[in-house]
Design a protein. Structure first.
Length: 151
């Protein structure tokens, strides 16, 4: 038998925190965020990546590949319109991991401030650590553009 050592906590965790200001009212921004995370989701290069989002506690957030195929990203852990949307689930990671994603929205002058936080614990692969911040930033930017167009 070969002895193994446990990895340190830092190698098992991931934390991404971002903020974005949106030139649109709080309720419009929240609605735009739901659309962007759901059916209007796309990669940063514009490739459609349609999701289904059931915006209620326990609702699913999943990538819909059609014909009952797809990938569960998370369940809605908490929703308080129009100030909080929180998810818990594996997200894009197909290995032992726990993720929590929070979108906290607040009035910011005449617009909205979105504070985003993704924390993860488990077998987080290095390629996820490398690319996750830019992926979330792209989704926030797309939501900002959608909200500002909707206002």
């Amino acid at each position: 038998m070969n002895p193994t050592t446990a990895p340190d906590v830092e190698s098992l965790s991931l934390l991404v925190e971002q903020e974005i200001r949106v030139n649109a009212p709080l309720d419009v921004t929240f609605d735009a965020l739901l659309e962007q995370l759901g059916p209007c989701n796309e990669r940063s290069d514009g490739t459609p990546m349609p999701f289904k989002l059931e915006p209620w506690p326990g609702g699913r957030w999943f990538r819909d590949l059609g014909q009952n195929n797809g990938h569960l990203w998370a369940h809605v852990q908490a929703i308080k319109r129009p100030t909080l949307l929180e998810f818990a689930g594996p997200l894009f990671m197909s290995h032992p991991v726990a993720n929590n994603v929070q979108y906290r929205l607040s009035e910011d002058g005449e617009g909205t401030l979105i504070k985003f936080r993704h924390s993860s614990f488990g077998l987080v692969q290095e390629d996820h650590k490398k690319n996750v911040a830019s992926g979330w930033a792209s989704m926030l930017e797309q939501a900002r553009k959608r909200a500002e167009k909707m206002r």
